[in-house]
Write a protein that binds this ligand. Structure first.
Ligand code: PMP
Length: 289
């Protein structure tokens, strides 16, 4: 595997960053996870927009222009010869002296990794995935806005540990007002009476690229309306269907929450329709915008 590191393609084992990089020392940086489908970089524009917004939110001035980053991404994809892949684009604060001050770091580190990813076992895509509700709430917007995709993922990682301890792969996270926010690495939707509902960004979530694709493209095409509104756990427990979306996860149905069966306890009919449409769109001409 070749990794793009600050302007050079290097072998994976030589792709190393200094231990004084504030990305490592403090989780100071931003990133994106992007899919490649049949050679096309799915929603690259949306991911670059979000990367720029995240960088801006943490007062990080990128070293490369948007055009240079786009070229780096394309170059790394072709250097690795993968038609279907997962891209990890990372911009850290860069190396600097010890101490939190980000303005002591003269040059951000820019990394493009291209690899394969299988987030959840195939069987769960077919039969639905059991999840739990994490006890730990999502970080409040006023502390560190979850819409910023920063390298600070410990809030999510510790909720993932709760999922792991419960023997499942994913956990639903509530915000500090007790509303449903999202999962550790996926956005969440429920369906009742044919209507699809997802929490608004103000609930304290990452505004997922897959979430927006489902809301604005896939669901309307399938004839189902999506409403953004705040939701509580009761909405999920009484839903006909619940599904999650994410770049790595794609679309996956939820079969149970905390052991309580959701709907029929399998991937519901509307979720199945959305999955089929999603798959066919990305397989043929995945949109890059
Ligand atoms: N929420 C969180 C916390 C995430 O990390 C992610 C990305 N893995 C998502 C939602 C889904 O966002 P996207 O569809 O842009 O991958």
């Amino acid at each position: 595997m070749k990794v793009w590191l600050d302007g050079h393609l290097v072998d994976k084992q030589h792709a190393v960053v200094p231990v004084y990089d504030h990305g490592l020392l403090y989780g100071d940086g931003v990133f994106e996870g992007i899919r490649v489908y049949n050679g096309r970089i799915f929603k690259l524009k949306s991911h670059l927009d979000r990367l720029e917004a995240s960088a801006h939110a943490i007062h990080l001035t990128m070293h490369y222009t948007r055009r240079e980053i786009e070229q780096a991404v394309r170059e790394t994809v072709s250097a690795n010869g993968l038609k279907d892949a997962y891209i990890r684009l990372v911009v850290t604060r860069g190396p600097g002296p010890l101490g939190l001050n980000p303005f002591t770091c003269p040059k951000p580190t820019t990394i493009v990794i291209v690899d394969r990813i299988q987030l959840y076992p195939t069987e769960l895509y077919e039969n639905g995935m059991p999840v739990i509700v994490a006890k730990r709430p999502r970080i409040p917007v006023e502390c560190l806005d979850p819409s910023v995709k920063s390298l600070n993922y410990l809030n999510n990682i510790l909720a993932k540990v709760e999922a792991h301890e419960a023997g499942v792969h994913e956990a639903i996270m509530l915000n500090t007002d007790g509303e449903v926010a999202e999962c550790t690495g996926d956005n969440i939707f429920f369906i009742r009476g044919g209507r699809v509902v997802t929490p608004p960004v103000t609930a304290g979530i990452l505004n997922g690229v897959t979430r927006l694709f489902v809301m604005n493209d896939i669901a309307p095409f399938c004839g189902v309306a999506v409403e953004e509104r705040s939701m509580r756990l009761e909405d999920l427990f009484t839903a006909d269907e619940v599904f999650l979306t994410g770049t790595a996860a794609e679309i996956i149905g939820v079969s149970s929450i905390d052991g309580e069966v959701i709907g029929e306890g399998k991937v519901g009919p509307i979720t199945s329709k959305l999955i089929a449409e999603f798959k066919s769109r990305v397989a043929s001409q995945a949109p890059e915008d």
